[in-house]
Write a protein of this length. Structure first.
Length: 69
């Protein structure tokens, strides 16, 4: 599926961008990284991987909520 291929490409770009030093980033560079991460999220969300991540995060949030009571 084309969506997963683009998602993998965006994931590689995010890893490369976040691997750089934080001090050398400009405000526009940080905004571009945020836009890329949001696009990656939109591409992953409707896939089975996205649903799995959603389920895992939901269970984690539920356990944290239960532990806090």
């Amino acid at each position: 599926m084309v969506t997963i291929d683009v998602a993998v490409l965006l994931a590689v770009i995010v890893v490369l961008r976040l691997g750089r030093r934080t001090q050398s980033r400009s405000r526009n560079d940080e905004k571009l990284t945020v836009v890329i991460v949001l696009a990656l999220g939109v591409l992953i969300a409707p896939t089975s991987v996205g649903r799995g991540i959603h389920d895992i995060l939901g269970r984690l949030a539920n356990s944290i909520t239960q532990a806090g009571r």
